[in-house]
Design a protein around this ligand. Structure first.
Ligand code: AMP
Ligand code: MG
Length: 312
């Protein structure tokens, strides 16, 4: 059904959520707002539905997907959760934290969801629309960001439509997303430690003195080029060249300002929208003002570095 070339956009009200649930039950693809970015959801227990996600995004099949659940109970049907994971989930769920955990034997998941890994990434999102949808259906939802693979993540329904029009069945429109950056991903290790695979809205710092994990390509968010606007991006720019669309911060006004008051949370929420505007502008290049590294600034700079990296 997602082979058809009409993508409907509906408001994310009760009827919209019911319609989305019916499409998902039949194995279709629905873009759903979450508190991070718009996700492209399919039922995680069905191989054909999951295959459609990879196809619509043009996503390499070695990149596993995050499975979205209602909470700890549903997560435990899919993953083995050591007590440290349960503690973290109790503290942060529902919310923008993804946990990579050992896959439970007999978990009802299409193998492509985990790309054949012995682990699974689970998250209970807190956006009311995604929560309503998860409660409506009888299966967990596999959902990467609702954009073509490698490009800028969507924080508005219009971004999803620009990227995936004709490739998916439905978009639930609930306006702009709140956090604007993808979830923090932590992987549990058998020695009881956690590795941060991707910084995000949940600020997680390793206890002092513990070495950072070796950089394995374990999460595609770790690939050097990602979130790419399709033109050169120059970081830490004090002022723009005439050929550059300037993304400003605080007093550095720019063509699109991430936060006039220098608020990093606001900057995270606006980052992808400014990158989308930069991508659409007639300027051939993009420059970005320096962004402090503190708090969520670490996640913003992580995404900016990948947006600026040359495409492989
Ligand atoms: P996105 O493409 O924005 O949906 O990002 C999903 C992220 O979750 C990617 O970085 C994936 O690699 C990561 N992920 C999903 N499942 C796993 C897993 N089993 N192990 C490690 N990372 C995972
Ligand atoms: Mg993505």
């Amino acid at each position: 059904m997602s082979g058809k070339n009409v993508t409907e956009v509906v408001s994310a009200n009760k009827q919209g959520v019911s319609r989305a649930a019916r499409i998902l039950e039949r194995g279709g693809l629905v873009a759903v707002p979450t508190e991070t970015v718009y996700g492209l959801a399919a039922r995680a227990d069905n191989a054909e539905a999951v295959a459609r996600i990879y196809e619509a995004k043009g996503r390499p099949d070695f990149n596993p997907l995050i499975v979205h659940v209602t909470g700890i109970d549903q997560a435990q049907a899919l993953a083995r959760m050591p007590s440290a994971a349960i503690d973290l989930a109790r503290r942060e769920w529902p919310g923008p934290l993804t946990l990579v955990l050992p896959l439970r034997d007999g978990a009802r998941l299409a193998p492509a969801v985990t790309a054949g890994l012995p682990t699974v990434a689970v998250r209970a999102p807190r956006h009311p629309v995604m929560r309503a949808l998860l409660k409506r259906v009888a299966f967990p939802l596999a959902a990467p960001s609702a954009n073509r693979s490698g490009f800028i993540s969507p924080t508005r329904a219009e971004h999803v439509l620009e990227s995936l029009d004709g490739r998916i069945d439905l978009i639930l429109d609930a306006g702009e997303t709140e956090a604007g950056l993808e979830s923090t991903i932590l992987a549990w290790r058998a020695d009881g430690s956690w590795d941060e695979l991707r910084p995000g809205p949940v600020d997680w710092a390793k206890p002092a003195g513990t070495p950072r994990a070796a950089r394995r390509v374990e999460a595609p968010g770790q690939l050097a080029s990602h979130y790419a606007p399709g033109k050169p991006v120059r970081l830490d720019a004090d002022r723009p060249e005439p050929s550059e669309f300037f993304i400003g911060f605080a007093a550095e006004h720019g063509d699109c300002n991430l936060s006039p008051t220098g608020d990093l949370k606001e900057a995270a929420a606006r980052l992808y929208d400014c990158l989308h505007k930069g991508a659409a502008s007639d300027k051939p290049c993009i420059a970005v003002a320096p962004i402090p590294q503190s708090g969520i600034g670490r996640a913003i700079n992580d995404r900016l570095r990948r947006a600026a990296a040359p495409r492989e």
